[in-house]
Design a protein around this ligand. Structure first.
Ligand SMILES: [Zn+2]
Length: 428
């Protein structure tokens, strides 16, 4: 066992509130199955006596916090970040599809997988639900690289058998055979998980969506990920392609692709029937604010989501998103919350922004109590923050009068410089 003495941020398991020990103790050790987990956490003064003989590393002035969970990102778009376009559909055609076609080359996929994981970890992101490309080799590349580092990562081969150019378009029957083979090869190996990954309804034939739904029913603990209701042109197109479905979202439900462990990016242009469908099926939204602001897609309606009561968490959506940094994503989520012209505007409290990128995102994945928190039993993936990492952060955080002010100073001013150390399964 090993222990750390520092300030500690974690979240209540009953609600979304933050728990903060200014002088805390985090004790890490193996559980019955040998996984490195949190064995105890709390105030140093009350816990220290319970662990005689356990080495304690003292980190004065530092904050231990759960590793961030990114609920939606595209690892093959690491190099697409920052590509200007006239909205979503031109961005796909002019930048994203040409780039993703390169992942047919396994060596190239392996190279980008390493850059991608390096960048996630530099930014304190320890778990991600990420798209691969339509090439099975891209999935193998990311799983191999994640396994080598002991990371909890979830990905899947993209399904797109129509309305996609040569080089990324797949074949209906083979795409489903490949998906099932990848599930059997990777799902549940170490900390890896597979996600059935239709790109979005307009890129998939009925037969491909039906096959994906059948796999989702057969492999119930496998994840599902896709996009929905990001932009109005896309919504219109999806409605034209699937006129029998009540809404864009309900296309997915009609093919058996909404359930627990199903995560849909964006979820912007919804009505209350869509929101109720999310809630009733246990489906979660990956809110992607930097991407939505960058592409001018619209604003996620937090008040609507909470009024009806469906699950959501935060996501970078790189390369539509503009940053790997959870601090940039949390700040953009604040802007999106504030917007009050197309929906009710509200100020999301800082601890709630943080919750959406840690414990809330984990809950959306069905991994509450596994990652995204530092409660006893959680896997020992955490970050060490230095709130004095820059001169302005040092000035600002020293003047914080309470936890909300401290968290908001880091959200507004923070980036990868705040992340001093990343610990995966109890190891640096
Ligand atoms: Zn996306």
């Amino acid at each position: 066992m090993k222990a750390y003495r520092a300030a500690i941020l974690r979240f209540s398991t009953d609600d979304r509130t933050a728990i903060y020990d200014e002088d805390g103790l985090l004790v890490i050790g193996p559980d019955a199955t040998g996984r490195q987990v949190v064995r105890a956490v709390g105030a140093y003064s009350s816990l220290a006596g319970d662990f005689p003989g356990v080495a304690v590393e003292h980190l004065p002035g530092r904050i231990l916090a759960p590793g961030f969970v990114d609920l939606h990102i595209h690892f093959p778009q690491t190099d697409v970040i920052g590509s200007p376009a006239e909205g979503l559909l031109p961005w796909l055609d002019n930048f994203t599809f040409p780039h993703e076609s390169r992942f047919v080359d396994a060596a190239y996929a392996r190279e980008v997988a390493i850059v991608f994981l390096d960048e996630l970890l530099r930014n304190g992101v320890t778990t991600a639900l990420t798209f691969a490309t339509s090439h099975p080799s891209s999935v193998d590349a990311l799983f191999e690289a994640s396994k080598a580092r002991g990371l909890r990562m979830i990905t899947g081969k993209v399904l797109q058998d129509r309305h996609s150019p040569d080089g990324v378009r797949d074949h209906t029957e083979q795409s489903l055979i490949d998906t099932e083979a990848l599930i059997n090869r990777w799902h549940g190996v170490d900390r890896l998980g597979y996600a059935i990954t239709p790109r979005f309804a307009p890129s998939c034939t009925d037969a491909q969506l039906r096959g994906a739904g059948e796999l989702a029913a057969k492999y119930k603990d496998v994840w599902i990920q896709s996009h929905v209701a990001e932009n109005l042109d896309e919504v219109k197109w999806a409605r034209e392609l699937f006129p029998a479905s009540r809404s864009y979202l309900s296309i997915y439900n009609d093919f058996g692709l909404m359930r627990e462990r199903a995560i849909y990016a964006h979820c912007i242009h919804f009505d209350d029937e869509d929101r109720a469908l999310m809630r009733d099926t246990g489906t979660a939204a990956a809110v992607s604010p930097t991407s939505n602001l960058f592409l001018g897609s619209g604003f996620f309606d937090y008040a609507g989501a909470d009024r009806v009561g469906f699950k959501y968490g935060l996501a970078s959506d790189v390369g539509g998103g503009t940053s790997f940094s959870p601090f940039h994503t949390m700040l953009a989520a604040y802007y999106v919350g504030r917007e009050g012209q197309t929906k009710p505007g509200l100020s999301i409290p800082p601890h709630q922004l943080w919750w959406q990128h840690t414990a809330g995102a984990a809950e959306a994945l069905g991994l509450a109590g596994t990652v995204g928190n530092l409660q006893p039993g959680c896997e020992a993936d955490f970050i060490v923050l230095n709130p004095r990492a820059t001169p302005l952060l040092a000035r600002k955080t020293q003047q914080s009068r309470n936890l909300e002010e401290l968290l908001f100073a880091m959200i507004v001013l923070g980036d990868d410089r705040l992340i001093e150390r990343v610990v995966i399964s109890g190891a640096r």
